[in-house]
Write a protein that binds this ligand. Structure first.
Ligand code: MG
Length: 398
């Protein structure tokens, strides 16, 4: 049986976002796997956990024992389920699935039970500073046969407006939640009037509202027939889901900030949400993600794995494999990548006429051009976009 011979961490930022790729090398000539450990804003900490703690733990182990190695890594530090460790575990976990597929000569979705569908439905993100701009961008996507869009007027929290801030206000992104809510309702009214029912719409509150304001907004949005409303509450305020559910039938997607199985257990068991939107590397990779998908299936809840630019192409490939396999797949977030990403990551998933497809290679089907990846160094800086404030300067969730 092939054994783990070496583990390398590759940091690269072809589109300006720090990506963390893990390469697990075996003692068999040319046999290696890739995994995504991308926590874009704590990249050096993840690298350190892999190189200093996980690598010495798993060197020499049988690559086939994914389940055992996953639990070994999960329990090794005694304290568990933090974002940095889970991402580090994910990098090795996905790489082991990639290796298993290469040995078997099968794509990972076949290892998990095979395809439930031939292409993976996805949605694209649209924002704009005017309704006309948003309409124009949706029309461009519709011409590419993309039927699901997430629409935001401005950035998360609304369009930038003159805000009356107190003297000596701290720097940050200031948002006026009252005008954000009324602008968003106006946007949905205009978009539905323009396109009718011929488009599926998603919107992300991004946990920026007081819980009762999010419920009020959800009730008013219900008539616009959303595909789902994303993150009405922060992970710290999930008990409000029961109040929202009792008052509105708007579909809910939630989960990109979850780390711990207890974060989603109650939401799924009580059928308080409709789409589980986990960031796969954030919970420890494919091994826990496929268990979560199977758990959600029992309760009629669909998957919508988190797929922004701070998931690496290797992570996106894992998203697509599991989405092809899961019976209860709903939709996938797909940001669309530049040609340079396809050069750095040969074999990454690609879109055609509204669906995502994989390369025909075994395993995860994706590789990395390390020489090219090295030409796009990461930058370690203080994260600025997470400093969101109310008009009076109060810091809120980003
Ligand atoms: Mg989101």
């Amino acid at each position: 049986m092939p054994k783990i011979k070496d583990i390398q961490v590759i940091l690269t930022a072809p589109e300006g976002i720090n990506l963390i790729i893990v390469k697990v090398i075996t003692d068999q000539d040319g046999l290696y796997g890739l995994g995504c450990a991308t926590f874009a804003y704590r990249e050096l900490a993840v690298k350190c956990v892999i190189e200093s703690y996980l690598k010495p733990l798993v060197l020499g182990r049988d690559v086939h024992k994914i389940e055992d190695i996953w639990h070994l890594m999960y329990n090794n530090a005694y304290w568990r389920n933090d974002a940095i460790t889970n991402n580090a575990i994910s990098g090795i976990d996905m790489a082991l699935w990639d290796i298993k597929g290469k040995i078997a000569g099968l794509p990972v979705y076949d290892l998990m039970g095979g395809k439930s569908r031939e292409g993976v439905l996805f949605y694209r993100h649209v924002n704009g500073t005017s309704i006309d701009e948003i309409i124009h961008k949706i029309e461009t996507l519709k011409n590419q046969k993309i039927h699901h869009v997430r629409i935001q007027w401005g950035l998360y929290g609304g369009i930038t407006k003159e805000i009356n801030q107190p003297i000596n206000s701290e720097p940050g992104t200031y948002i006026d939640t009252t005008s954000y809510i009324s602008d968003t309702l106006k946007m949905f009214d205009s978009i539905r009037k323009y396109f009718g029912d011929d488009i599926e719409l998603i919107h992300d509150i991004h946990e920026r509202l007081a819980p009762i304001d999010a419920i009020h907004m959800a009730k008013q949005l219900e008539k616009y027939r959303l595909f789902f409303l994303e993150d009405p509450f922060s992970p710290e305020q999930l008990e409000w889901m029961r109040q929202l559910r009792s008052q509105s039938a708007i579909p809910i997607g939630i989960g990109e900030l979850f780390n711990h199985p207890k974060d989603w257990e109650t939401l799924i068991k009580e059928r308080l949400i409709d789409f589980i939107r986990i960031h796969m590397s954030q919970i420890g990779g494919l091994t826990p993600a496929r268990k979560l998908a199977a758990f959600a299936e029992q309760f009629g809840i669909r998957t919508a794995w988190h797929g922004p630019g701070d998931v690496s192409p290797v992570g996106h490939a894992a998203n697509v494999h599991l989405s092809l396999n899961s019976h209860n797949f709903g939709i996938l977030e797909w940001i669309g990548f530049s040609s340079v990403m396809y050069e750095v990551f040969p074999g990454m998933p690609y879109e055609k006429d509204g669906y995502l497809y994989l390369s025909s290679k075994p395993g995860l089907g994706i590789d990395i051009n390390e020489e090219l990846a090295n030409k796009y160094p990461i930058q370690t800086t203080v994260t600025k976009w997470t400093q969101t404030r109310l008009p009076d300067g109060t810091l809120i969730n980003p």
